[in-house]
Each structure stands twice: as structure tokens, then as C-alpha cells.
Design a protein around this ligand. Structure first.
Ligand code: SF4
Length: 200
């Protein structure tokens, strides 16, 4: 079971394969690994203790960031991730990032943004579309077009509690839509980043 894996300079944490989206560009459509990782499909989700132990088995001084990412949507494991963050923050200065599709408040049935304060240092929210229609076409979210607004609402809340929030789009969408996405992100108070479309 692969819980932690290296990609680029960072250490990534895989806590779940569940996701509210079925994005057409999802790495999971192209294979079951990222970088040099073993398969990221989990036979069962690791417990919070297993997640912490796997992270602490690494030399955390080697990485600029620890990233809760998944091979899925990490906020499905939010209570466990927050527990792990609390333990890590007591011992290690490593900045903690979460990469999310922004559906965490819907998934958890509450506004989760305040819970991130002091635990998540950086948040990366997948925007990926400038309109609800394009979002549904590209990301196939559970909840349809309403999921787009939920993602925007979450981001607007998150900037109040997380020091660094960015929204991302994949590079292979139309250029004018990328610029429209930039305006949306900045309008919500988030940074903006275009990320390369990568296949595993
Ligand atoms: S939100 Fe992320 S994990 Fe979920 S389908 Fe899209 S790219 Fe894949």
C-alpha cells in the first residue's frame, strides 16, 4: 500500500482513492502511479495512525512541502488528515499543502475552511473551467453544475483561514478560458497557476 510517495521535490500523501469528480485529464485514467511511486490504488484506506507512521518514516527535512493529495480527493479523509497535521505541527516545521477539488465542504456537510487554520499552510484548488458548463464537461462532478459554485464558495472561505491559496487550471484548455479562470481566481482572493498536463 503506497501512502507516501515522492514527486518532484515534495513528499505526497495518498489517503484515499474516493473522489467526487471523474476528470477527463485525471492521472488515474492513464495509469496507477505518479513519478516513481508504486501503485496508488489503495486496497483499503490507511488509518490515521498508519498515515502518520508512514510520513514519520521519511526524513522530512529533505522536502520543501508535504502534500495531502491522494489518488483521489483528500477531504474525504479530512478528520484524519487534520489529526495527522496536528501531530506533525508539534514536531516538524515542514509546510503542509493540500491539493483539493474544492468539494470538501459538500463532502463533509459543513464549512470546512475554518478547520484548516493552523493546519494547512498552502491550499491548491482545482478550478479547471471558467463556467459551470465547461466544468461539468471536463470534470464530471457529482452534483453537476452546483459543484462548480460549491468549489468557488469553498475557495472564497478558505482564503480567510489558509495563508496561501491558489487555484489551478490545466494547460490544455483554451487560452481565453485560462485568462477567464485567472480573473475568477484573483476575484476570490486566490493566486492562480497554470499547471502542465502530465501523463503518468
Ligand atoms: S479531482 Fe483530481 S483525483 Fe478527482 S478525478 Fe479530478 S483529477 Fe482525478
Amino acid at each position: 500500500m503506497t501512502i507516501t510517495y515522492e514527486f518532484g521535490d515534495n513528499l505526497y500523501v495518498n489517503t484515499t482513492n474516493r473522489c467526487t469528480c471523474a476528470c477527463e485529464f485525471c492521472l488515474r485514467s492513464y495509469g496507477d502511479t505518479v513519478g516513481n511511486s508504486d501503485s496508488l490504488w489503495l486496497k483499503q484506506e490507511p488509518s490515521r495512525e498508519e498515515i502518520l507512521a508512514d510520513i514519520e518514516a521519511r526524513d522530512l527535512s529533505r522536502y520543501p512541502e508535504l502534500v495531502f493529495c491522494g489518488y483521489g480527493e483528500p477531504t474525504y479523509r479530512l478528520p484524519d488528515i487534520l489529526w495527522v497535521c496536528d501531530r506533525l505541527k508539534e514536531k516538524y516545521p515542514i509546510p503542509i499543502r493540500m491539493d483539493t477539488n474544492g468539494h470538501g465542504s459538500v463532502i463533509n456537510g459543513q464549512n470546512i475552511a475554518p478547520l484548516l487554520k493552523g493546519r494547512i499552510d498552502k491550499l491548491s484548488v482545482s478550478l479547471n473551467a471558467a463556467t459551470p458548463e465547461a466544468y461539468v464537461r471536463r470534470c464530471h462532478p457529482a452534483g453537476g453544475e452546483a459543484a462548480y459554485q460549491a468549489m468557488l464558495d469553498f475557495t472564497k472561505e478558505a482564503v480567510k483561514y489558509v495563508p496561501f491559496v491558489q487555484m489551478t487550471v490545466i494547460s490544455n484548455i483554451p487560452k481565453d478560458e485560462i485568462e477567464a479562470c485567472r480573473r475568477i481566481a484573483e476575484g476570490l482572493g486566490a493566486k492562480f497557476r497554470v499547471r502542465e498536463f502530465i501523463e503518468s
